[in-house]
Design a protein around this ligand. Structure first.
Ligand SMILES: [Zn+2]
Length: 375
């Protein structure tokens, strides 16, 4: 399966050769999105049409058909010697710095699933995800302070030093409600405070099932729905009004009835997800584009990338996307408009774009050849 991937689609190579490779300069305006308000916008794809914002195409050269890396972290540890899914805190810090230096900025998974990528002009979106609510993701030290080597501590510190790196990321949590699992993030006395902090700071909380079992692929529908609705109820135990609308399947294993990852109900709790994430192992598509296998964006089967330096890990993909610039999503700074080079236009899913009431803007080199053409 992996060998097929390097019969790289013609569009990728063709566009890579054709796109200019000049260094992109800087962020114009920093979008805080809905983090400032502490709430989420209504989850609707077909919203009101927003005006298209102007952008300096010569300078920015947007490529909103490009790939979006969704990074998948588990536990962070202080030691450089790691096992299984552990990852050194120092390596995580280096990843964030690398992303920043290469013009990536984190965006909300919720917004991405809706197609509303809120990323400054000239910057590239990256989505951070953290699975299993492990202690190295959010830890308090003995003196009651946020551990500077846990993910939240590292991101807080990075944001303080680089205010144009917003606090965005999704925690796919497991909870101790009705289970024998540890409390979220493993410190009972801080569990509620940590969940509150995540929501308050603008991070997102996602569904990772109740019991984290690969057997879900053999389960009857009612049991799958009980598992997914139950996980929402468990999150509501901590955050009663939080809208849980993103899902990551443990081990990337999906139920037989794939419709159940979209919506369902059990025990008086209904759920509706905007997206469902796998465990590996490619960059994801633009919401209006195609993935690395040239398949249309499917929000209910989104690939993620695990950390490390091996094949199909974060470094592998991010370095490939630097070498082949046309693979990289470059934002026009306007969440309501998709801007692409004429060469990449064929990758845009026009039906989806129209359905979502987005604008399309194409340009040829430094010239706008068409604007707002589907409205
Ligand atoms: Zn997991």
């Amino acid at each position: 399966m992996r060998t097929a991937r390097f019969s790289l689609r013609p569009f990728a190579l063709g566009a890579a050769a054709a796109l200019l490779t000049g260094a992109l300069s800087g962020c114009h305006m920093f979008h805080r999105g809905h983090a400032e308000t502490g709430g989420k916008p209504k989850a609707t794809l077909a919203g009101q049409v927003q005006p298209m914002l102007p952008v300096d195409l010569t300078k920015v050269q947007p490529n909103e058909a490009g790939l979006v890396p969704i990074l998948e972290y588990h536990n962070l540890v202080k030691s450089l010697k790691t096992k299984d899914y552990d990852y050194p805190a120092s390596a995580f810090r280096a990843d964030i710095q690398w992303l920043y230096d290469h013009n990536y900025r984190p965006v909300s998974l919720h917004d991405y699933a809706l197609g509303k990528i809120d990323c400054p002009a000239g910057m590239s979106p990256v989505i951070l995800t953290f699975d299993d609510a492990l202690r190295g993701q959010f830890n308090y030290t003995a003196d009651g302070k946020i551990d500077p080597d846990c993910a939240v501590g590292i991101l807080d510190d990075f944001h303080a030093k680089h205010p144009d790196w917003p606090l965005k990321g999704t925690f796919f949590v497991l909870t101790d409600v009705g289970t024998t699992l540890p409390p979220p993030f493993y410190q009972a006395q801080y569990a509620q405070g940590k969940m509150d902090y995540i929501v308050k700071e603008g991070y997102e909380i996602g569904n990772h099932t109740i019991h984290h079992l690969a057997g879900i692929k053999h389960w009857p529908d009612a049991r799958v729905e009980a598992e997914l609705a139950g996980a929402v109820a468990n999150i509501h135990h901590y955050e009663p009004s939080y809208v849980v609308d993103t899902l990551a399947m443990p081990y990337g294993v999906f139920p037989k009835n794939k419709k159940l990852v979209i919506s369902g109900a059990s025990g008086g709790v209904t759920y509706h997800n905007l997206c469902a994430l796998k465990a590996g192992a490619d960059p994801a598509a633009s919401p209006m584009g195609r993935d690395f296998d040239n398949k249309n964006f499917n929000p209910y089967y989104l690939p993620r990338i695990i950390p490390g330096a091996g094949k199909y890990t974060i470094h592998y993909w991010l370095e490939l996307m630097e070498k082949q610039k046309a693979l990289k999503y470059v934002s026009d700074g306007d969440p309501n408009t998709y801007t692409v080079n004429t060469i990449a236009r064929g990758q845009i899913n026009l039906a989806r774009l129209k359905n979502g009431r987005f604008h399309l803007r194409t340009y040829n080199g430094t010239q706008v050849v068409a604007g707002n053409e589907v409205r």
